[in-house]
Design a binder for this molecule. Structure first.
Ligand SMILES: C[S@@+](CC[C@H](N)C(=O)[O-])C[C@H]1O[C@@H](n2cnc3c(N)ncnc32)[C@H](O)[C@@H]1O
Length: 247
């Protein structure tokens, strides 16, 4: 995500990746033992739909939400203030691979659709130092549901996300990073369409007009449309899985 046109493409969307409040709530309900006033770090929060959901489910939580793109954080700040949640949500523009926090500072780390930026293993290994012993890491990640994806799907993600692996492959990484896997579940297809691909398709048409003649923008639109059409045809082969880990 080093190119700013990508960030702009996703601006104004309800979310910047697949997900749903119901899935955030389900994952939060799976945490066995949440301390009072938990300190939560939301990594790669985007415009913060899941941050606001978390602040609603965890009524006394104190949340730090980080992202590298300031306009997303501005949107989250505005929305959290409007909902009266601003006192419990702090935003910080900083990179997930260089976090400015002390060791074992957080009770819970949350990362919906963002660990791919570092890579699943690299992300969970690096973030572990910021979690208290016994603390939870809840994160969603793109995974293969099959060992034998169809050729077009394999080729697309071979280029877009070569490190993508199977559920089993991710479980091996969780073990190798020294966490206990408590629970996991797949996001339903509706979590891709309702808040993400449906508004994204409208946004792509708008973006195409704004940046007519811009080769970089055209390439972004093409690859995004290809991604959406692959999901329409092959959502049984891959998807997002939400993992709950304990340190
Ligand atoms: C797929 S979006 C997910 C956003 C949000 N969690 C959601 O589910 O809607 C990935 C997010 O990671 C952010 N991001 C990209 N590189 C980052 C980095 N190095 N550090 C922190 N956030 C980053 C992007 O700006 C984007 O908001």
């Amino acid at each position: 995500m080093e190119n700013s046109l990508i960030f702009e493409l996703f601006e104004g969307l309800p979310r910047q990746g697949p997900g749903a409040d119901a899935c955030t709530e389900k994952m939060f309900s799976l945490l066995p033992d949440v301390p009072a006033a938990p300190k939560i770090l939301d990594i790669g929060c985007g415009t913060g739909v899941q941050t606001l959901a978390l602040a609603t489910f965890a009524r006394d939580a104190v949340i730090t939400a980080i992202d590298v793109y300031l306009p997303y954080l501005d949107t989250l700040k505005k929305n959290s203030d409007e909902r009266g949640l601003g006192q419990r949500i702090t935003t910080k523009c900083t990179s997930m691979d260089d976090l400015p926090f002390g060791p074992e500072f957080f009770d819970i780390i949350w990362a919906e659709g963002s660990v791919f930026v570092m890579g699943f293993f690299e992300g969970i290994r690096y973030w572990k130092q910021f979690l208290k012993t016994g603390g939870y890491l809840a994160l969603s990640e793109l995974v293969w549901f099959t060992d034998r994806p169809s050729p077009g799907t394999r080729e697309f993600f071979g280029q877009q996300y070569p490190a993508m692996t199977t559920v089993r492959g991710n479980e091996d990484k969780i073990n190798a990073a020294g966490y206990t896997l408590l629970s996991s579940f797949n996001l339903p297809d509706s979590a891709w369409w309702s808040n993400y691909y449906d508004p994204f398709e409208i946004r792509l048409a708008e973006f195409e007009n704004i940046y007519a003649g811009n080769d970089e923008a055209r390439a972004l639109v093409e690859v995004s449309r290809k991604e959406i059409s692959l999901f329409r045809e092959h959502s049984d082969e891959y998807g997002y899985r939400f993992f709950l880990l304990q340190k």
